[in-house]
Write a protein that binds this ligand. Structure first.
Ligand code: ADP
Ligand code: MG
Length: 260
């Protein structure tokens, strides 16, 4: 028996029309969550509830350290729960403890407010958004290495279209979750290699040029992180529709990240 193809009008597609006035009222309840990192200066005070922000850059530039800093500040200073989805298995509680002590926050409180999930597959990653423990209402959700599992499972050029499709699907789901729960989300994304056909582009645009652009409707704000001289790091706001272009220099210390 062949399956009857569903008519488009049968499908349960809920379109959420509203007036600009309604949207304005809705947005009045949306807060900015400060992070106590250079990100606050780039994003006029912090990360908006329901927004997805991406830190991207090469290996070792400090994307995870930035993510840990946000985690420690939000759990230690603001007293919020943080969900940390660690796709690269680089989350170390010892480093969190070091930052917490250096910042003068309470170690036990911080450690007990961070809820970690280390998915091994794309399926586990996707399910982890649906299955956040019921007693946890995160003030921030982080996905460290958001594309890592997709890249690991879908190898080679011929799988690129499928991979980008699935990644996009996942990001749409993540965005919907962020909006519905009014939670700020931060994802980190590692930029690999420099394909020669886009080598003329500035580093921050090369990844976009190799197919990444299909994803970025879902990301509200992108911050490119790169190394500067003498161990310094530079965070640069890329192509934002709402914030003016800017970059900030920071360094990685015991405390986490600090402005230079
Ligand atoms: P990635 O962008 O790949 O996630 P990381 O966030 O892991 O990079 O950053 C790695 C960098 O952080 C390294 O250069 C390392 O020297 C620095 N770093 C890690 N821990 C500390 C620390 N306790 N004090 C100072 N710098 C640190
Ligand atoms: Mg990392």
């Amino acid at each position: 028996m062949t399956k009857k193809k569903k008519d488009k009008s049968d499908e349960e597609l809920i379109l959420n029309w509203k007036t600009a006035a309604e949207l304005m009222v809705e947005r009045q309840s949306i807060q900015k969550i400060p992070t106590n990192t250079p990100v606050d200066e780039l994003m006029e005070g912090g990360i908006e509830q329901g927004d997805v922000t991406e830190f991207y850059g090469e290996f070792g530039v400090g994307k995870s350290q930035l993510a840990f800093s946000l985690t420690v500040y939000i759990s230690g200073k603001l007293g919020g729960d943080v969900v940390f989805i660690d796709c690269e298995d680089t989350f170390k509680p010892e480093r969190i403890r070091q930052m917490t002590v250096a910042c003068g926050y309470k170690v036990e409180e911080v450690l007990s407010r961070i809820h970690i999930m280390s998915p091994l597959t794309v399926e586990e990653l996707s399910a982890s958004i649906d299955k956040i423990p019921e007693n946890v209402t995160p003030k921030l959700l982080i996905i460290d290495g958001v594309t890592t599992l997709f890249r690991a499972e879908y190898i080679g050029r011929e799988t690129l279209t499928e991979r980008q499709g699935l990644l996009r699907q996942f990001l749409v789901k993540l965005k919907r979750w962020a909006k519905n729960t009014k939670t700020p989300v931060v994802v980190t994304n590692q930029v690999y290699g420099n394909p020669s056909d886009v080598a003329f582009l500035p580093l921050e645009f090369r990844e976009l040029a190799v197919g990444g652009h299909t994803l970025y409707h879902v990301i509200d704000t992108r911050i490119f992180v790169r190394k500067g001289s003498e161990g310094k790091r530079i965070a640069k706001l890329i192509d934002s529709s709402r914030y003016p272009p800017a970059e900030r220099t920071f360094k990685i210390t015991e405390k986490g990240v600090e402005p230079v």
